[in-house]
Design a protein around this ligand. Structure first.
Ligand code: SF4
Ligand code: FES
Length: 395
């Protein structure tokens, strides 16, 4: 795969970016968080605790330039995400530009701001796939978790329009102690909606979710039951519905290979244009991230920037990772989780049973899962993150 440098980088960097592609490979798919604004208030929101304000977001022209640059680099697919990507008024124009430069595009949406006309315009602009998040299988639980009345009904409606417009649909169900009992019904809901794929994604506990861990952490029994239900459904629905399952790593012996390893297979771009090794990376204080507004090309940032290189590979690892046989299997787990739980992103992820902090953190989480704390601290976007006209649009 060939790469090109940005206009300001010159020939020397072009050589470096070629070697970047050889060494790490520019990812085939990139996540674009085009805004942090969102009408939902999910208690497990994975966006950073400090959000980018609407006024700092990249402009339409800046996002178009990013899309063109990504296509030139050999990226094949972009995920338009957020926040809520349809809170941006230029979403159709951005999808059209992605199509024009040859990118396959996926919309990761809460669906509640979409009208049938808007979805139809997105389909005409070449949108190739829609992923809708669900918080349950019926309004009582789902609207409570989302913190928005009538959200569930709206999501079902948009899911039906998606299929009527002949676009493939993924149902993303974020699971936790307060909705895991609905899993069999959520699986059936995905079948009834004619979805191609269902993601059963257990909450990951960093960012805002960590504030709500006591209200969200499932019990060990719930997780065992979930694994059984998913395995049975995967066999029964083979060829009808693909089911992806993300196990909560608090209950695993080894951590997940987060992002496929830091700076190896993934990057995303924040609303204000920061190029990040993962969607939660800005939660790690002390790391500086380069912006697409800088003089550097995206390829240069991927290859050379300090933030990407800090935890890339295995050279940064402390013990027990350093001499562990799994160091190139999971790359030491999740940097954001290590930071959130130990205060140092350079530590072994405490989800690993070999981490010196594992026992203490797991015990605390286990106690929380058996507790009676069910109240959510909502991710409240009041205070300017959703513009007044968009609030009116949705009512
Ligand atoms: Fe992975 Fe490190 Fe745990 Fe080994 S010690 S399994 S490399 S997180
Ligand atoms: Fe950031 Fe895992 S979420 S490295």
């Amino acid at each position: 795969k060939t790469t090109t440098a940005g206009p300001t980088d010159g020939l020397a960097v072009l050589e470096q970016t070629r070697s970047a592609a050889e060494t790490y490979g520019i990812p085939l798919a990139v996540l674009l968080e085009i805004t942090h604004r969102c009408p939902l208030q999910c208690p497990y929101c994975s966006n950073p605790v400090e959000l980018d304000r609407g006024s700092t977001e990249l402009t339409t022209d800046e996002w178009k330039k990013v899309l063109s640059e990504l296509a030139e680099l050999g990226v094949l697919q972009v995920h338009f995400s957020g926040g809520e990507p349809t809170a941006r008024k230029d979403i159709v124009e951005l999808v059209q530009h992605a199509t024009d430069v040859g990118l396959y595009s996926n919309l990761i949406t809460s669906a509640v701001l979409l009208t049938k006309d808007k979805l139809s315009a997105l389909a005409d602009a070449g949108l190739s796939h829609v992923q809708i998040s669900f918080q349950g299988n019926e309004p009582l639980v789902a609207d409570r978790v989302a913190g928005l009345k009538d959200a569930h009904r709206k999501k079902l409606e948009v899911a039906k329009w998606t299929r009527e417009l002949d676009m493939p649909l993924t149902v993303n169900a974020v699971m936790h102690r307060q909705n895991l009992h609905q899993l069999p019904d959520i699986i059936q809901m995905a079948v009834d909606l004619d979805a191609d794929r269902l993601e059963v994604a257990n909450v990951q506990y960093y960012g805002w979710a960590l504030k709500n861990r006591a209200a969200l952490m499932p019990t060990v029994e719930q997780i065992e039951e979930t694994s059984r239900i998913v395995e049975e459904a995967q066999a029964r629905l083979k060829g009808t519905l693909a089911i992806d399952y993300v196990v909560p790593d608090y209950y695993a012996l080894r951590p997940k290979k987060c992002m496929g390893g830091w700076g190896r297979q993934f990057f995303n771009i924040s609303p204000a244009g920061k190029v990040l090794p993962c969607h939660a990376a800005e939660s790690i204080t002390g790391l500086e991230f380069e912006s697409v507004r800088s003089n550097h090309s995206i390829a240069w940032i991927w290859q050379n920037s300090e933030a990407f290189n800090r935890y890339r590979g295995t050279g940064w690892m402390p013990e027990p990772c350093k001499s562990c046989e799994f160091r190139e299997v999971d790359y030491g787990g999740c940097r954001c989780q290590a930071f959130a739980l130990t205060g140092d992103a350079g530590n072994t992820d405490p989800a690993c049973a070999l981490s010196p902090r594992h026992e203490e953190i797991f015990k605390q989480a286990e106690q929380e899962s058996a507790g009676s704390q069910n109240r959510f601290l909502y991710r409240n976007f009041a205070g300017g993150t959703l513009e007044a006209d968009e609030r009116q649009d949705k009512h």
